[in-house]
Design a protein around this ligand. Structure first.
Ligand code: FES
Length: 142
């Protein structure tokens, strides 16, 4: 005997399975947070100065999983950027107002929330949004 406990075959198999599950989760939904699934705001969130979103522009707030667009008439629209396919956090806003999910490539129109490219089939969740005291506030109850 060496004096060291020898792991059983069952212990070794369970450890290997745990590593494999962790690796798969990370590969499937990497930037979605520790659990792999991102979360939209559950309460009003102060996103910053109203002047950050000029007329006719769009801003992605990655840290809050929100995108805000301002139309030419000055009205605001906001959507959750939690992908409706499997819950990853959308982290790219590209040309022509396309939001691109890093996990499986779904694309959404940042102005309307509509799906532009599968595998997602459902539009992004629209959020309440408004301006208070020169700040943009979005989320339920905003
Ligand atoms: S989570 Fe699958 S495409 Fe976004």
């Amino acid at each position: 005997m060496s004096g060291r406990p020898v792991p059983s075959r069952r212990t070794l198999l369970c450890s290997a399975a745990a590593v494999s599950v962790t690796a798969l989760g990370a590969a499937a939904c990497g930037p979605g947070g520790e659990s792999g699934v991102a979360a939209a705001p559950t309460a009003p969130v102060d996103l910053g100065a109203e002047s950050d979103v000029a007329r006719g522009s769009i801003k992605l707030y990655r840290e809050h999983n929100v995108v805000v667009g301002r139309a030419e008439d000055g009205s605001l629209k906001a959507f959750s950027t939690v992908c409706t396919h499997a819950g990853c956090a959308i982290d790219r806003l590209e040309e022509k107002n396309r939001l691109v999910c890093p996990c499986h490539g779904s694309e959404f129109d940042a102005r309307t929330g509509e799906v532009l490219h599968a595998p997602a089939t459902q539009p992004l969740e629209q959020l309440s949004v408004g301006a208070r005291d020169g700040r943009i506030v979005a989320g339920p109850g905003a």
